[in-house]
Design a protein around this ligand. Structure first.
Ligand SMILES: [Fe+2]
Ligand SMILES: [Fe+2]
Length: 322
């Protein structure tokens, strides 16, 4: 604490310590530039604390800090933070953070977001990825049925967004994606037929849309949509497809493996890159960057929740993504 005081003094920043939610609520009255939250402090009522922050407009930027060991445990709180870093990084950067720093360029922002996403994606370990929706045994046919659902949802969300944006280049990017996802759907349906399952007449969304689709459908700004739906969701797809390819190979299904390796996976990678180029155009203000961060974090959180549910129910999951 003495060190924080010293750093604040050197940076010319005014500092207040809030040891409880009540303290924080009082301090918010003085419109602080930044709130730093110890996400590992078990004595803090984080739910109440974030509710107090969420209740204010404009929302005060929140820097949450955690540790490598507790990162997974504190993960549900990350979505509430503008930035999350480890205690170590915070110690190193505290001086420049308190000086206010300069605004991040879109380029810096995109590489920071990429680093964050990759850190979470690294945890989607090869032998334990998501899959609560598989009904029946875990085999290529049943996983491809889940893939049909993912492809139709990806087609539809891109199509919905296409008609609700006025920006021509965004429209065209989404049109390209919708077309690709629809192509994936057809190729997977053809492959299922070869494997003896007639996809014609099968309705992959008969039981309704999944939680990720429902979340994406609530997003209204382009920066949130491309951060969540393309930049992050497609990065998840690349990881999951790699795992699915391995699964197919282990199951001796080289045809499905090469469909994914040669056609689908390169398309999903391209969709991620489309997201990156649109983010570079749209994530140029602090507000846009904050929205993008939160949308990406929520997308990853939903993916992790699905994985946790899958581990509990099915044990493992290798369902491909889009
Ligand atoms: Fe796809
Ligand atoms: Fe895709």
């Amino acid at each position: 604490m003495a060190r924080i005081r010293e750093t604040a003094h050197l940076a010319g920043a005014t500092l207040a310590f809030a040891r409880s939610s009540e303290d924080l609520e009082r301090e918010l009255g003085s419109a602080p530039d930044l709130v730093i939250v110890d996400l590992t402090a078990s004595a803090l009522d984080h739910a109440r604390l974030f509710a107090a922050l969420d209740g204010r407009t404009p929302r005060v930027p929140v820097l949450g800090f955690t540790t490598h060991t507790l990162a997974r445990q504190t993960q549900p709180l990350h979505v509430h933070c503008t930035r999350v870093m480890t205690r170590e990084t915070l110690t190193k950067e505290l001086g420049s953070i308190m000086k206010g720093g300069r605004r991040m360029t879109a380029d810096e922002f995109v590489s920071e977001l990429d680093d964050r996403n990759q850190a979470v994606l690294a945890r989607l370990s090869p032998d334990a990825t998501l899959k609560p929706e598989v009904s029946g045994p875990l085999n290529v046919v049943n996983l491809l049925k889940v893939a049909l659902k993912n492809e139709i949802e990806a087609t539809e969300i891109a199509a919905r967004w296409l008609v609700s944006t006025d920006d021509v280049s965004v429209k065209m990017a989404l049109a390209r994606q919708a077309g690709d996802e629809a192509k994936h759907y057809r190729m997977i349906a053809d492959r299922l037929r070869e494997l003896g399952f007639e996809a014609h007449g099968f309705d992959p969304i008969g039981k309704g849309y999944g939680p990720l689709f429902q979340y994406l459908d609530t997003l209204t700004t382009t920066v949130e949509r491309v951060a969540a739906g393309q930049f992050t969701r497609e990065a998840i797809a690349v990881v999951k497809n790699r795992q699915f390819i391995e699964f197919c190979e282990r199951a001796g299904d080289r045809v499905t493996a090469s469909l994914y390796r040669d056609v689908i996976e390169p398309d999903e990678r391209f969709h991620h890159l489309l997201g990156r180029s649109l983010l570079l155009r749209f994530a140029t203000t602090e507000d846009a960057q904050e929205r993008a961060r939160r949308a990406a974090a929520r997308t990853l959180q939903l993916a992790e929740e699905l994985q946790a549910a899958a581990l509990k129910t099915a044990g493992i999951h290798h369902a491909p993504g889009c």
